[in-house]
Design a binder for this molecule. Structure first.
Ligand SMILES: Nc1ncnc2c1ncn2[C@@H]1O[C@H](COP(=O)(O)OP(=O)(O)OP(=O)(O)O)[C@@H](O)[C@H]1O
Length: 474
Protein backbone atom coordinates (compact mmCIF):
# COMPACT_ATOMS: atom_id res chain seq x y z
CA UNK A 1 0.00 0.00 0.00
CA UNK A 2 1.37 3.45 -0.86
CA UNK A 3 0.31 7.04 -1.42
CA UNK A 4 0.68 8.49 -4.89
CA UNK A 5 1.68 12.16 -4.53
CA UNK A 6 4.17 14.41 -6.30
CA UNK A 7 6.91 16.48 -4.63
CA UNK A 8 4.89 19.66 -5.25
CA UNK A 9 1.91 18.10 -3.51
CA UNK A 10 3.80 17.04 -0.40
CA UNK A 11 5.38 20.48 -0.04
CA UNK A 12 2.11 22.35 -0.58
CA UNK A 13 0.81 23.61 2.75
CA UNK A 14 -2.82 24.18 3.83
CA UNK A 15 -4.10 21.93 1.06
CA UNK A 16 -6.04 18.68 1.21
CA UNK A 17 -3.09 16.65 2.57
CA UNK A 18 -2.80 18.95 5.60
CA UNK A 19 -6.56 18.74 6.12
CA UNK A 20 -6.43 14.93 6.11
CA UNK A 21 -3.45 14.90 8.49
CA UNK A 22 -5.24 17.28 10.83
CA UNK A 23 -8.72 15.77 10.89
CA UNK A 24 -8.42 12.02 10.41
CA UNK A 25 -5.74 11.11 12.92
CA UNK A 26 -4.73 11.94 16.46
CA UNK A 27 -1.22 12.65 15.17
CA UNK A 28 0.29 12.66 11.68
CA UNK A 29 3.82 13.29 10.42
CA UNK A 30 5.12 13.78 6.91
CA UNK A 31 8.83 13.20 6.08
CA UNK A 32 10.84 13.54 2.90
CA UNK A 33 13.14 10.90 1.41
CA UNK A 34 16.04 12.28 3.52
CA UNK A 35 14.09 11.46 6.75
CA UNK A 36 13.51 15.20 7.32
CA UNK A 37 10.18 16.26 8.86
CA UNK A 38 8.18 18.33 6.36
CA UNK A 39 4.91 18.75 8.25
CA UNK A 40 3.16 17.63 11.45
CA UNK A 41 -0.45 17.85 12.62
CA UNK A 42 -1.04 20.53 15.26
CA UNK A 43 -1.52 17.91 18.01
CA UNK A 44 2.20 17.05 17.98
CA UNK A 45 3.65 20.45 18.99
CA UNK A 46 0.79 20.77 21.49
CA UNK A 47 1.60 17.42 23.07
CA UNK A 48 5.34 18.13 23.13
CA UNK A 49 4.81 21.69 24.36
CA UNK A 50 6.96 23.20 21.62
CA UNK A 51 6.32 25.16 18.43
CA UNK A 52 5.88 23.64 14.97
CA UNK A 53 9.06 25.47 13.85
CA UNK A 54 11.08 23.64 16.46
CA UNK A 55 10.08 20.33 14.84
CA UNK A 56 10.05 21.03 11.09
CA UNK A 57 13.31 20.18 9.23
CA UNK A 58 14.54 17.96 12.07
CA UNK A 59 15.36 14.29 11.45
CA UNK A 60 12.43 11.94 12.19
CA UNK A 61 14.40 10.46 15.13
CA UNK A 62 13.69 13.73 16.92
CA UNK A 63 10.04 12.68 17.16
CA UNK A 64 9.99 8.90 17.01
CA UNK A 65 13.02 6.67 17.05
CA UNK A 66 10.78 3.67 17.77
CA UNK A 67 8.71 3.92 14.58
CA UNK A 68 10.05 2.37 11.34
CA UNK A 69 9.98 5.48 9.11
CA UNK A 70 13.47 4.67 7.79
CA UNK A 71 12.47 1.14 6.88
CA UNK A 72 9.47 2.43 4.94
CA UNK A 73 11.67 4.96 3.09
CA UNK A 74 14.20 2.21 2.27
CA UNK A 75 11.80 -0.54 1.21
CA UNK A 76 8.97 1.56 -0.25
CA UNK A 77 6.57 -0.71 1.64
CA UNK A 78 4.00 0.30 4.24
CA UNK A 79 4.34 -0.77 7.87
CA UNK A 80 0.89 -1.26 9.37
CA UNK A 81 -0.64 -1.91 12.78
CA UNK A 82 2.40 -0.94 14.85
CA UNK A 83 1.61 -0.83 18.59
CA UNK A 84 4.08 1.29 20.54
CA UNK A 85 4.35 3.68 23.47
CA UNK A 86 5.00 7.28 22.52
CA UNK A 87 5.08 10.11 25.06
CA UNK A 88 3.53 7.72 27.60
CA UNK A 89 0.59 6.85 25.35
CA UNK A 90 -0.12 3.51 23.81
CA UNK A 91 -0.52 4.22 20.12
CA UNK A 92 -1.47 2.41 16.94
CA UNK A 93 0.59 3.60 13.95
CA UNK A 94 0.58 3.06 10.21
CA UNK A 95 3.39 4.36 8.01
CA UNK A 96 2.80 4.69 4.26
CA UNK A 97 5.46 5.38 1.62
CA UNK A 98 4.76 8.27 -0.75
CA UNK A 99 5.69 7.15 -4.22
CA UNK A 100 5.99 9.30 -7.37
CA UNK A 101 7.22 7.94 -10.69
CA UNK A 102 8.42 4.77 -8.96
CA UNK A 103 10.58 6.70 -6.47
CA UNK A 104 9.92 6.83 -2.73
CA UNK A 105 9.88 10.57 -2.14
CA UNK A 106 8.63 10.51 1.43
CA UNK A 107 6.48 8.80 4.06
CA UNK A 108 3.33 9.63 5.99
CA UNK A 109 3.00 8.33 9.54
CA UNK A 110 -0.48 8.30 11.05
CA UNK A 111 -1.09 7.67 14.71
CA UNK A 112 -4.22 6.90 16.71
CA UNK A 113 -4.32 6.82 20.48
CA UNK A 114 -7.80 7.96 21.44
CA UNK A 115 -10.58 5.41 21.39
CA UNK A 116 -8.39 2.56 20.28
CA UNK A 117 -10.15 0.40 22.84
CA UNK A 118 -13.09 0.54 20.41
CA UNK A 119 -10.86 -1.14 17.84
CA UNK A 120 -9.86 -3.66 20.49
CA UNK A 121 -13.50 -4.62 21.03
CA UNK A 122 -14.02 -5.15 17.30
CA UNK A 123 -10.88 -7.30 17.03
CA UNK A 124 -11.84 -9.22 20.14
CA UNK A 125 -15.27 -10.04 18.70
CA UNK A 126 -13.70 -11.16 15.44
CA UNK A 127 -11.21 -13.46 17.18
CA UNK A 128 -14.02 -14.95 19.26
CA UNK A 129 -15.94 -15.73 16.10
CA UNK A 130 -13.02 -17.34 14.31
CA UNK A 131 -11.49 -20.30 16.21
CA UNK A 132 -8.80 -20.75 13.56
CA UNK A 133 -7.03 -17.54 14.63
CA UNK A 134 -3.90 -17.98 16.77
CA UNK A 135 -4.60 -18.07 20.51
CA UNK A 136 -1.90 -15.56 21.42
CA UNK A 137 -3.79 -12.97 19.39
CA UNK A 138 -5.82 -12.39 22.56
CA UNK A 139 -2.66 -11.32 24.41
CA UNK A 140 -1.72 -9.05 21.52
CA UNK A 141 -5.15 -7.46 21.45
CA UNK A 142 -5.16 -7.01 25.21
CA UNK A 143 -2.24 -4.65 24.75
CA UNK A 144 -4.37 -2.42 22.60
CA UNK A 145 -6.11 -0.08 25.00
CA UNK A 146 -6.57 3.68 24.97
CA UNK A 147 -3.97 5.10 27.28
CA UNK A 148 -4.51 8.18 29.36
CA UNK A 149 -2.09 10.52 31.04
CA UNK A 150 -2.81 12.72 34.06
CA UNK A 151 -3.14 15.71 31.72
CA UNK A 152 -6.21 14.00 30.22
CA UNK A 153 -7.98 14.49 33.54
CA UNK A 154 -9.25 18.00 32.91
CA UNK A 155 -9.48 20.32 35.90
CA UNK A 156 -7.62 23.29 37.36
CA UNK A 157 -9.32 23.43 40.74
CA UNK A 158 -7.21 23.01 43.82
CA UNK A 159 -9.03 19.80 44.75
CA UNK A 160 -8.06 18.28 41.37
CA UNK A 161 -4.48 19.54 41.53
CA UNK A 162 -4.06 18.03 45.01
CA UNK A 163 -5.52 14.74 43.83
CA UNK A 164 -3.17 14.58 40.82
CA UNK A 165 -0.16 15.13 43.11
CA UNK A 166 -1.39 12.22 45.22
CA UNK A 167 -1.84 10.08 42.07
CA UNK A 168 1.67 10.88 40.85
CA UNK A 169 3.19 9.56 44.03
CA UNK A 170 0.84 6.55 43.95
CA UNK A 171 2.12 5.79 40.45
CA UNK A 172 5.72 5.47 41.61
CA UNK A 173 4.95 3.05 44.42
CA UNK A 174 4.25 -0.67 44.02
CA UNK A 175 1.38 -0.83 46.51
CA UNK A 176 -2.17 -1.52 45.40
CA UNK A 177 -4.18 1.64 44.75
CA UNK A 178 -7.85 2.05 45.61
CA UNK A 179 -9.74 4.65 43.59
CA UNK A 180 -13.07 5.86 44.95
CA UNK A 181 -15.52 8.16 43.26
CA UNK A 182 -19.07 8.44 42.05
CA UNK A 183 -20.01 7.20 38.62
CA UNK A 184 -18.68 9.29 35.75
CA UNK A 185 -16.03 11.10 37.79
CA UNK A 186 -13.13 9.73 35.74
CA UNK A 187 -11.97 6.67 37.72
CA UNK A 188 -10.96 4.90 34.54
CA UNK A 189 -8.89 7.87 33.31
CA UNK A 190 -7.10 8.10 36.66
CA UNK A 191 -6.41 4.38 36.97
CA UNK A 192 -5.09 4.25 33.43
CA UNK A 193 -2.97 7.36 33.96
CA UNK A 194 -1.43 5.81 37.09
CA UNK A 195 -0.49 2.82 34.95
CA UNK A 196 0.85 4.94 32.05
CA UNK A 197 2.87 7.07 34.43
CA UNK A 198 4.55 3.99 35.93
CA UNK A 199 5.27 2.38 32.57
CA UNK A 200 5.90 5.65 30.71
CA UNK A 201 8.12 4.36 27.92
CA UNK A 202 7.23 0.72 28.02
CA UNK A 203 4.66 -1.30 26.17
CA UNK A 204 2.99 -3.01 29.10
CA UNK A 205 -0.53 -4.40 29.46
CA UNK A 206 -3.30 -2.52 31.23
CA UNK A 207 -6.04 -5.07 31.79
CA UNK A 208 -9.43 -4.01 33.03
CA UNK A 209 -12.07 -6.31 34.46
CA UNK A 210 -15.48 -5.26 35.65
CA UNK A 211 -16.25 -7.35 38.74
CA UNK A 212 -20.00 -6.82 38.59
CA UNK A 213 -20.47 -7.58 34.91
CA UNK A 214 -19.37 -11.22 35.11
CA UNK A 215 -21.21 -13.83 37.19
CA UNK A 216 -19.30 -15.84 39.74
CA UNK A 217 -17.71 -18.46 39.17
CA UNK A 218 -16.96 -17.22 35.66
CA UNK A 219 -15.21 -14.24 37.24
CA UNK A 220 -12.87 -16.57 39.13
CA UNK A 221 -11.78 -18.23 35.90
CA UNK A 222 -11.55 -14.84 34.12
CA UNK A 223 -9.26 -13.54 36.84
CA UNK A 224 -7.09 -16.57 37.54
CA UNK A 225 -7.50 -18.67 34.37
CA UNK A 226 -8.25 -22.39 34.34
CA UNK A 227 -6.86 -25.68 33.12
CA UNK A 228 -8.55 -28.04 30.74
CA UNK A 229 -11.22 -30.12 32.52
CA UNK A 230 -11.38 -27.85 35.59
CA UNK A 231 -15.16 -27.57 35.11
CA UNK A 232 -17.76 -28.45 32.51
CA UNK A 233 -16.99 -26.38 29.46
CA UNK A 234 -13.29 -25.91 30.26
CA UNK A 235 -12.16 -27.55 27.04
CA UNK A 236 -8.67 -26.08 27.07
CA UNK A 237 -6.18 -24.24 29.28
CA UNK A 238 -6.87 -20.53 29.55
CA UNK A 239 -4.82 -17.68 30.96
CA UNK A 240 -6.57 -15.40 33.45
CA UNK A 241 -6.40 -11.61 33.55
CA UNK A 242 -3.77 -11.66 36.32
CA UNK A 243 -1.44 -13.59 34.02
CA UNK A 244 -2.22 -11.46 30.97
CA UNK A 245 -1.55 -8.33 33.04
CA UNK A 246 1.89 -9.64 33.96
CA UNK A 247 4.47 -6.84 33.67
CA UNK A 248 1.72 -4.23 33.73
CA UNK A 249 -1.41 -3.39 35.73
CA UNK A 250 -4.80 -4.90 36.36
CA UNK A 251 -7.81 -2.72 37.14
CA UNK A 252 -10.45 -4.45 39.25
CA UNK A 253 -13.39 -2.19 38.47
CA UNK A 254 -16.47 -2.22 40.76
CA UNK A 255 -14.52 -4.20 43.35
CA UNK A 256 -17.31 -3.50 45.88
CA UNK A 257 -19.51 -5.97 44.00
CA UNK A 258 -17.08 -8.87 44.23
CA UNK A 259 -18.44 -11.99 45.85
CA UNK A 260 -17.14 -12.72 49.41
CA UNK A 261 -15.53 -16.04 48.42
CA UNK A 262 -13.55 -14.39 45.64
CA UNK A 263 -12.62 -11.57 47.99
CA UNK A 264 -10.92 -14.18 50.22
CA UNK A 265 -9.06 -15.57 47.25
CA UNK A 266 -7.99 -12.10 46.14
CA UNK A 267 -6.77 -11.32 49.64
CA UNK A 268 -4.62 -14.46 49.60
CA UNK A 269 -3.17 -13.47 46.24
CA UNK A 270 -2.31 -10.00 47.55
CA UNK A 271 -0.66 -11.47 50.63
CA UNK A 272 1.22 -14.33 49.02
CA UNK A 273 1.90 -12.66 45.66
CA UNK A 274 1.07 -15.83 43.79
CA UNK A 275 -1.99 -17.68 42.56
CA UNK A 276 -3.03 -20.80 40.70
CA UNK A 277 -5.34 -21.34 37.76
CA UNK A 278 -8.71 -22.91 38.62
CA UNK A 279 -8.23 -26.69 38.71
CA UNK A 280 -4.44 -26.48 38.95
CA UNK A 281 -1.93 -26.61 41.79
CA UNK A 282 0.98 -24.95 40.03
CA UNK A 283 1.68 -21.53 41.55
CA UNK A 284 2.10 -18.55 39.26
CA UNK A 285 3.84 -15.43 40.63
CA UNK A 286 1.77 -12.25 40.70
CA UNK A 287 3.61 -9.77 38.56
CA UNK A 288 0.96 -7.14 37.99
CA UNK A 289 0.21 -3.85 39.71
CA UNK A 290 -3.25 -3.97 41.32
CA UNK A 291 -5.58 -1.01 40.95
CA UNK A 292 -9.12 -1.33 42.31
CA UNK A 293 -11.94 1.12 41.83
CA UNK A 294 -15.52 1.47 42.95
CA UNK A 295 -18.31 3.93 43.45
CA UNK A 296 -19.53 1.97 46.47
CA UNK A 297 -18.73 2.91 50.06
CA UNK A 298 -16.35 0.07 50.99
CA UNK A 299 -16.09 1.31 54.55
CA UNK A 300 -19.81 0.88 54.99
CA UNK A 301 -19.93 -2.40 53.08
CA UNK A 302 -17.23 -3.82 55.32
CA UNK A 303 -19.17 -2.67 58.43
CA UNK A 304 -22.19 -4.50 57.02
CA UNK A 305 -20.13 -7.65 56.43
CA UNK A 306 -20.46 -7.42 52.64
CA UNK A 307 -16.84 -6.56 52.01
CA UNK A 308 -13.95 -8.14 53.89
CA UNK A 309 -12.37 -5.47 56.05
CA UNK A 310 -8.93 -7.14 55.84
CA UNK A 311 -9.13 -6.90 52.03
CA UNK A 312 -10.27 -3.29 52.31
CA UNK A 313 -7.25 -2.41 54.45
CA UNK A 314 -4.93 -4.26 52.03
CA UNK A 315 -6.31 -2.34 49.10
CA UNK A 316 -6.51 1.11 50.64
CA UNK A 317 -2.82 1.56 51.48
CA UNK A 318 -3.08 4.24 48.84
CA UNK A 319 -6.61 5.62 48.55
CA UNK A 320 -7.51 8.20 45.94
CA UNK A 321 -10.86 9.96 46.20
CA UNK A 322 -12.03 11.55 42.97
CA UNK A 323 -14.26 14.53 43.77
CA UNK A 324 -17.73 14.73 42.27
CA UNK A 325 -18.19 17.46 39.67
CA UNK A 326 -20.39 19.53 42.01
CA UNK A 327 -17.40 19.86 44.36
CA UNK A 328 -15.33 21.50 41.61
CA UNK A 329 -17.79 23.53 39.56
CA UNK A 330 -15.05 26.04 38.67
CA UNK A 331 -13.73 23.33 36.31
CA UNK A 332 -16.96 23.22 34.28
CA UNK A 333 -15.96 25.92 31.72
CA UNK A 334 -12.67 24.19 30.83
CA UNK A 335 -14.40 20.80 30.71
CA UNK A 336 -16.94 22.29 28.29
CA UNK A 337 -14.12 23.73 26.17
CA UNK A 338 -12.33 20.36 26.27
CA UNK A 339 -15.36 18.35 25.10
CA UNK A 340 -16.20 20.88 22.37
CA UNK A 341 -12.73 20.26 20.94
CA UNK A 342 -12.58 16.50 21.62
CA UNK A 343 -16.04 15.69 20.26
CA UNK A 344 -15.81 18.34 17.53
CA UNK A 345 -19.01 20.08 18.66
CA UNK A 346 -20.22 23.22 16.94
CA UNK A 347 -21.87 24.96 19.88
CA UNK A 348 -21.06 27.96 22.04
CA UNK A 349 -22.61 29.17 25.28
CA UNK A 350 -23.88 32.52 26.54
CA UNK A 351 -22.57 33.54 29.94
CA UNK A 352 -25.97 32.82 31.53
CA UNK A 353 -26.00 29.36 29.96
CA UNK A 354 -22.56 28.63 31.40
CA UNK A 355 -23.74 29.82 34.81
CA UNK A 356 -26.67 27.41 34.63
CA UNK A 357 -24.25 24.57 33.89
CA UNK A 358 -22.19 25.65 36.87
CA UNK A 359 -25.25 25.79 39.16
CA UNK A 360 -26.45 22.30 38.30
CA UNK A 361 -25.67 19.40 40.66
CA UNK A 362 -24.43 16.87 38.01
CA UNK A 363 -25.43 13.55 39.62
CA UNK A 364 -23.87 11.70 36.65
CA UNK A 365 -20.73 13.87 36.92
CA UNK A 366 -18.42 14.50 33.96
CA UNK A 367 -19.93 11.69 31.89
CA UNK A 368 -23.34 13.38 32.21
CA UNK A 369 -21.86 16.77 31.30
CA UNK A 370 -20.30 15.27 28.17
CA UNK A 371 -23.60 13.57 27.22
CA UNK A 372 -25.55 16.80 27.69
CA UNK A 373 -23.10 18.74 25.51
CA UNK A 374 -23.38 16.13 22.77
CA UNK A 375 -27.18 16.19 23.00
CA UNK A 376 -27.22 20.00 22.83
CA UNK A 377 -25.03 19.79 19.75
CA UNK A 378 -27.59 17.53 18.07
CA UNK A 379 -30.58 19.60 19.14
CA UNK A 380 -29.11 23.01 18.25
CA UNK A 381 -26.91 21.89 15.33
CA UNK A 382 -24.80 25.06 15.14
CA UNK A 383 -25.35 28.10 17.26
CA UNK A 384 -25.31 29.66 20.67
CA UNK A 385 -26.86 27.86 23.60
CA UNK A 386 -28.72 30.13 26.03
CA UNK A 387 -29.85 29.53 29.60
CA UNK A 388 -33.33 28.45 28.47
CA UNK A 389 -31.81 25.66 26.34
CA UNK A 390 -29.86 24.48 29.37
CA UNK A 391 -32.94 24.64 31.57
CA UNK A 392 -34.95 22.63 29.04
CA UNK A 393 -32.41 19.90 28.64
CA UNK A 394 -31.57 19.61 32.33
CA UNK A 395 -35.01 19.81 33.88
CA UNK A 396 -37.78 19.11 31.42
CA UNK A 397 -36.69 15.65 30.37
CA UNK A 398 -34.36 14.35 33.02
CA UNK A 399 -32.56 11.27 31.79
CA UNK A 400 -29.87 10.12 34.13
CA UNK A 401 -27.18 8.01 32.58
CA UNK A 402 -27.14 4.37 33.59
CA UNK A 403 -25.85 3.77 37.14
CA UNK A 404 -26.27 7.42 38.07
CA UNK A 405 -26.59 7.95 41.77
CA UNK A 406 -27.52 11.05 43.63
CA UNK A 407 -26.01 9.83 46.87
CA UNK A 408 -22.38 10.63 47.51
CA UNK A 409 -21.61 7.09 48.51
CA UNK A 410 -23.01 5.95 45.20
CA UNK A 411 -24.45 2.66 46.45
CA UNK A 412 -28.00 3.27 45.41
CA UNK A 413 -28.92 2.94 41.78
CA UNK A 414 -32.33 4.45 42.27
CA UNK A 415 -32.09 8.15 41.61
CA UNK A 416 -35.67 9.14 42.16
CA UNK A 417 -36.36 7.47 45.48
CA UNK A 418 -32.98 7.91 47.10
CA UNK A 419 -33.56 11.41 48.40
CA UNK A 420 -36.66 12.57 50.22
CA UNK A 421 -35.80 16.07 51.30
CA UNK A 422 -38.19 18.82 52.31
CA UNK A 423 -35.97 21.87 52.90
CA UNK A 424 -32.61 23.27 51.81
CA UNK A 425 -31.37 22.77 55.38
CA UNK A 426 -32.32 19.12 55.38
CA UNK A 427 -30.59 18.73 52.04
CA UNK A 428 -27.44 20.35 53.40
CA UNK A 429 -27.46 18.15 56.50
CA UNK A 430 -28.01 15.06 54.35
CA UNK A 431 -25.10 16.04 52.05
CA UNK A 432 -22.80 16.57 55.03
CA UNK A 433 -23.75 13.23 56.61
CA UNK A 434 -23.13 11.41 53.34
CA UNK A 435 -19.86 13.19 52.69
CA UNK A 436 -18.67 12.35 56.21
CA UNK A 437 -19.50 8.70 55.75
CA UNK A 438 -17.97 8.64 52.28
CA UNK A 439 -14.72 10.12 53.62
CA UNK A 440 -14.64 7.80 56.64
CA UNK A 441 -15.19 10.85 58.91
CA UNK A 442 -11.96 12.49 57.78
CA UNK A 443 -12.66 16.21 58.29
CA UNK A 444 -10.11 17.52 55.77
CA UNK A 445 -11.36 15.28 53.00
CA UNK A 446 -14.99 15.92 53.83
CA UNK A 447 -14.50 19.68 53.64
CA UNK A 448 -12.68 19.28 50.32
CA UNK A 449 -15.42 17.11 48.87
CA UNK A 450 -18.08 19.57 50.02
CA UNK A 451 -15.96 22.47 48.76
CA UNK A 452 -16.16 24.35 52.07
CA UNK A 453 -13.45 25.27 54.58
CA UNK A 454 -12.84 23.19 57.69
CA UNK A 455 -14.12 25.95 60.07
CA UNK A 456 -17.30 26.20 57.96
CA UNK A 457 -17.74 22.46 58.19
CA UNK A 458 -17.32 22.57 61.99
CA UNK A 459 -19.90 25.40 62.15
CA UNK A 460 -22.35 23.34 60.15
CA UNK A 461 -21.74 20.26 62.33
CA UNK A 462 -22.65 22.42 65.33
CA UNK A 463 -25.66 23.90 63.59
CA UNK A 464 -27.07 20.51 62.66
CA UNK A 465 -25.99 18.90 65.96
CA UNK A 466 -24.02 16.23 64.14
CA UNK A 467 -21.79 14.57 66.71
CA UNK A 468 -18.87 12.91 65.04
CA UNK A 469 -16.46 12.90 67.99
CA UNK A 470 -16.47 9.10 68.42
CA UNK A 471 -15.62 8.56 64.74
CA UNK A 472 -13.26 11.45 64.13
CA UNK A 473 -10.11 11.02 62.03
CA UNK A 474 -7.94 13.83 60.61
N1 LIG B 1 -11.73 15.01 34.62
C1 LIG B 1 -12.10 14.56 33.43
N2 LIG B 1 -11.56 15.09 32.31
C2 LIG B 1 -11.95 14.69 31.09
N3 LIG B 1 -12.88 13.75 30.87
C3 LIG B 1 -13.44 13.19 31.93
C4 LIG B 1 -13.07 13.54 33.26
N4 LIG B 1 -13.78 12.78 34.11
C5 LIG B 1 -14.56 11.99 33.37
N5 LIG B 1 -14.37 12.24 32.05
C6 LIG B 1 -15.10 11.63 30.93
O1 LIG B 1 -16.32 11.16 31.49
C7 LIG B 1 -16.62 9.85 31.03
C8 LIG B 1 -16.65 8.86 32.18
O2 LIG B 1 -15.33 8.72 32.71
P1 LIG B 1 -14.86 7.34 33.38
O3 LIG B 1 -15.36 6.17 32.58
O4 LIG B 1 -13.40 7.44 33.63
O5 LIG B 1 -15.69 7.44 34.74
P2 LIG B 1 -15.82 6.36 35.91
O6 LIG B 1 -15.66 7.11 37.18
O7 LIG B 1 -14.89 5.21 35.65
O8 LIG B 1 -17.34 5.92 35.74
P3 LIG B 1 -18.05 4.52 36.18
O9 LIG B 1 -17.88 4.36 37.67
O10 LIG B 1 -19.50 4.74 35.82
O11 LIG B 1 -17.41 3.44 35.38
C9 LIG B 1 -15.59 9.54 29.96
O12 LIG B 1 -16.11 9.98 28.74
C10 LIG B 1 -14.41 10.40 30.35
O13 LIG B 1 -13.64 10.71 29.24
Amino acid sequence: MYINLSKDQIYERNGILDEIMEKLFDMATLVDSQEKIIHVSSSIPKLRKESKNQIIEKNIDYLYDALPFKKVLNTGRAEMGIIEVIHGRKILANIFPIIWEEQTIGALGTILYRNISMLKNILWNITNMDPSLPKDLYDQISRLETSYLFEDFIGNSKIVKDMIVQCESAAISNHPVLILGETGTGKEIISNAIHSSKFYNKLSPFIKINCNAIPEPLLESELFGHVKGAFTGATENKKGKFEIASGGSILLDEIGDMDLRLQSKLLRVLEEKEFERVGDIKLIPLNARIIASTNANLHRLSREGKFRSDLYYRLNTIEIIIPPLRARTEDIPILVEHFIELDQLRVSFTQNAMERLIDYSWPGNVRQLRNILNRLNIIKQEGTIDDQDIHNILYSNIEFPENTTISLHGCSKNTSTDIKIATIEEAEKEAILRALEYCSYNISLTSKILNISRPTLYNKLNKYKINIAPKLTE
